[in-house]
Design a protein around this ligand. Structure first.
Ligand code: ZN
Length: 114
């Protein structure tokens, strides 16, 4: 990913954080934007992989659709085999990401309409 692409993704994911009232995450990306533009790299423990992981989680283009984690409605089990064996791996105001402890499949649950 070029610096320009990375900065554009920082802005796009940052907007998603603001929309979802994830203030602490949004602040991380404000700091990252300044630092990256200054050529100083990521300021904290977060990095490009962290950014892409959140883009895939929140379906931020170009990491939406098949490049993102599958999105399902609350109460469904996309692996189709192991209801009740889920572990939450990420959470935000109106959704969360969860993984099947049995088969490792990971997906995103959006609580209500986007
Ligand atoms: Zn499973």
């Amino acid at each position: 990913m070029t610096l320009d692409e990375q900065l554009a993704l920082v802005v796009a994911v940052g907007r998603a954080f603001v929309r979802l009232e994830m203030g602490r995450h949004a602040q991380i990306l404000r700091d990252a934007y300044r630092s990256l533009r200054a050529g100083q790299g990521w300021p904290g423990p977060q990095d490009e992989a962290w950014l892409i992981d959140w883009a895939r989680t929140l379906q931020v283009p170009p990491y939406d659709g098949e490049r993102g984690y599958p999105v399902i409605e609350r109460g469904r089990t996309p692996c189709g085999h192991h209801p009740g064996l889920n572990t939450t791996t990420r959470a935000w105001t109106r959704g969360w990401r969860t993984r099947c402890r049995e088969c490792g499949v990971e997906w995103v649950v959006i609580d209500g309409a986007q």
